[in-house]
Design a protein around this ligand. Structure first.
Ligand code: AMP
Ligand code: ZN
Length: 667
């Protein structure tokens, strides 16, 4: 098979696997196999830039940067929907339609209203051409690069699609993905996002599409737009779109009466909570395209559709007090203590107040009657105050100026919403929080020690930082609450065992701001040991793949602090790992004894980089081009003809990857 044919076959195969996984939710190969195939394609494309295709599945990982999103006029306007909040509104709407159309048999398509950011995607000859945001409805922003990274959006269509059409839908962030993103943020001491919808629309406007690719976005489609499309009903268009490879939720239903519309509404008002994404209502559309055309549009929305909004889950209660929590990084979060109230099936006692600006904006005061709402967020929020219920002697809320725990004056950096307690080393919740982070599973994973025990140990004056854990004696621990001989033993053993934890996790455990799990891995791999990292300059750090300004600054600051230097010295003394494993950085054997290898072509069992690494790990050298100094050429499929000729001319042995393996194993 020639290269182009192989490239095309791989692209098609990968597109199909993406479809199976992201649209059908039914993968047929393992992630590992998928990654290998993707790698093969990447290698082939790298060797043959002449076959570049912007619609290749390799482009899904992103990388394109959009500095300014170009504003482009919509060919077909993107309308809003009329909202209704009651069933009477829906009945009125149906009557209006019948009045215009006369006594015709109306059908309706009922769909869920997906809560995200609207998008319109243009396809030409089965290829994704362009994606625009709604903007003001007349013109939107070109976010093509970012939309292409969303794996459920097909970049090539299948079946009997029209030559040219737009498809419209909603870019959403499923709840599980949203919570995962927030967990990751909380872990590195950042403020979590407030809700899935805003995070989804914010994601579309990120400049770096590689960032977008990492977010678990999804795209749900609901409407086809174009000239002379081969469809006569809305319901049919949903089925067609599904056939062409789009993700169209299956909950949509074709009904023939208003009663059935209500059944759909009632059913989903309850069952929407079982869905994996947020829905804020139901959209009812006249099914027949012919009638849609007759009904037409008002200045803002189609007359043939209406959105029924579910009532947001709200409750009224009283604000008893405001508490201020201090996080591991010193960030202050105001929390409302409420008179307990029933909301969306749970009893709510607390609500988030976010920050000082939010309190100011809503003018929330202790004693106020407040409205609490529950959306996709984990903890409910206060959305407003019933000022008519306010007592005349009520006092305006004054935000705290000093840390509630250590009484240090708070700071607020420009451009940041949160206040901080800057007393990093003296503020108890920060100290305890840091130690708690240190012992978590993904960090030092200290068995026999939990978050509450950390607090107990700190309050008993036994530890003041994570290094102190390694000095703990069994006799000191036993007298603690709920401790016994056995549990104290386990704790000490767990601490001892943690000395085996690899460097990358130790680095993560240190709790450097913005250095989460992934970043810690990157840094460990790049610098190999803590001293090299501690000595890195800002410039140096920024040059590391995926390390930005913010992270680099934070790393520098961490090592500039003498307290941290002392801590790390102590940890080194106890025998924690501060460099990556020997064999990871140096060779595993010396059998290749300095021989020079040139690697060419595509391999079946190695990626090129892996092969090069194996050569170096076994004491060989990797040359970039064939010369008289080359000892072996390791050739895969499609080795370039000029290289082949040169190797033959110089009489250099050409070996396969399997012969190469033999070379290592024989010795
Ligand atoms: P609104 O923004 O409240 O005017 O509601 C209109 C928006 O709802 C549209 O622009 C779409 O982005 C969105 N929407 C979500 N689900 C659907 C659906 N099934 N059909 C039509 N529009 C939908
Ligand atoms: Zn403090």
């Amino acid at each position: 098979m020639d290269v182009l044919a192989r490239i095309k076959a791989l692209r098609e195969e990968l597109n199909q696997h993406n479809y199976n996984y992201y649209v059908l939710d039914n993968p047929t190969i393992s992630d590992f196999e998928f990654d290998q195939k993707l790698k093969q394609l990447q290698d082939l494309e790298a060797q043959h830039p002449e076959y570049f295709d912007e619609n290749s599945p390799t482009q899904r990982v992103g990388g394109a940067i959009t500095k300014n999103f170009e504003t482009i006029a919509h060919e077909y306007r993107m309308y809003s929907l009329d909202n209704s909040y009651s069933k009477e509104d829906v009945v009125d709407w149906v009557n209006r339609c019948q009045k215009i159309l006369g006594d015709v048999p109306l059908e309706f398509t009922c769909e869920l209203k997906y809560d995200g950011a609207s998008i319109s995607i243009l396809y030409e000859n089965g290829k994704l051409k362009r994606a625009l945001t709604r903007g003001d409805g007349f013109q939107g922003d070109d976010v093509t690069n970012n939309v292409k990274t969303i794996k459920s959006v097909p970049i090539r269509l299948k079946g009997d699609y029209p030559d040219r059409f737009e498809i419209r839908g909603e870019i959403i962030l499923p709840l599980a993905g949203f919570e995962k993103m927030n967990q990751d943020l909380i872990e590195i001491g950042e403020t979590p996002y407030s809700n899935p919808r805003n995070t989804a629309s914010g994601s579309l406007k990120l400049q770096d599409s590689a960032e977008v690719a990492k977010r678990p976005l999804d795209c749900l489609l609901y409407s086809l737009i174009g000239n002379n499309l081969p469809i006569s009903t809305q319901f049919e268009s949903l089925q067609k779109a599904r056939d062409w490879g789009f993700k169209v939720p299956i909950q949509s239903k074709l009904v023939k009466s208003v009663e059935e519309v209500f059944e759909f509404i009632d059913y989903w008002d309850i069952h929407r909570h079982d869905m994996l994404f947020e829905t804020d209502g139901v959209v009812v559309k006249v099914n027949q395209v012919q009638y849609q055309e007759e009904l037409g549009y008002t200045a803002k929305s189609p007359r043939w559709a209406i959105a029924y909004k579910f009532k947001a889950e709200q409750a009224v209660t009283v604000l008893n007090s405001i508490a201020y929590q201090v996080g591991r990084t010193g960030a202050i979060t105001p929390v409302a203590n409420l008179e307990p109230v029933q909301l969306a099936g749970t009893i709510v006692k607390r609500a988030s107040l976010h920050n000082a600006d939010q309190i100011e904006k809503l003018d929330i005061r202790v004693g106020d009657t407040v409205f609490v709402e529950k959306g996709g967020e984990i903890i409910p929020k206060i959305i407003g105050v019933d000022t008519t219920q306010r007592k005349s002697d009520s006092q305006k809320t004054v935000y705290i100026t000093h840390c509630p725990e250590c009484h240090t004056e708070l700071v607020r950096n420009e451009g940041e919403a949160q206040h901080y307690c800057p007393n990093f080393y003296g503020c108890p919740p920060q100290i305890i929080g840091r130690i708690q982070h240190f012992i978590t599973r993904k960090a030092m994973d200290i068995e026999g020690l939990g978050g509450e025990t950390v607090a107990l140990l700190y309050n008993a004056g036994l530890i003041e930082n994570y290094a102190d854990l390694y000095e703990l004696k069994k006799e000191q621990v036993i007298p603690l609450e709920r401790m016994a001989e056995k549990s104290a033993d386990n704790l000490i053993k767990g601490v001892e065992k943690s000395k085996q934890i690899p460097f990358e996790r130790v680095l993560y455990a240190l709790g450097i701001r913005y250095v989460g799990e992934t970043v810690a891995k990157k840094l460990a791999k790049h610098y190999k040991n803590i001293d090299a990292l501690a000595n890195a300059s800002l410039m140096d750090l920024i040059l590391v793949d995926e390390i930005g300004d913010k992270i680099a600054q934070s790393v520098i600051q961490f090592f500039e602090n003498p307290n941290n230097v002392v801590l790390i010295d102590r940890l080194k003394g106890y025998g924690l790992r501060f460099e990556i494993e020997e064999q990871e950085s140096t060779m595993v054997s010396d059998v290749l004894g300095g021989k020079v290898f040139v690697v060419s072509g595509v391999f079946e069992t190695y990626s090129r980089d892996d092969l090069k690494k194996v050569i170096e790990d076994n004491g060989g050298k990797v040359g970039s081009s064939i010369s008289s100094k080359t000892d072996y050429v390791v050739a895969g499929a499609n080795m370039g003809p000029s290289k082949l000729e040169k190797a033959n001319k110089l009489g250099i042995p050409i070996i396969s990857e399997y012969e190469f393996n033999d070379l290592i194993n024989e010795n």
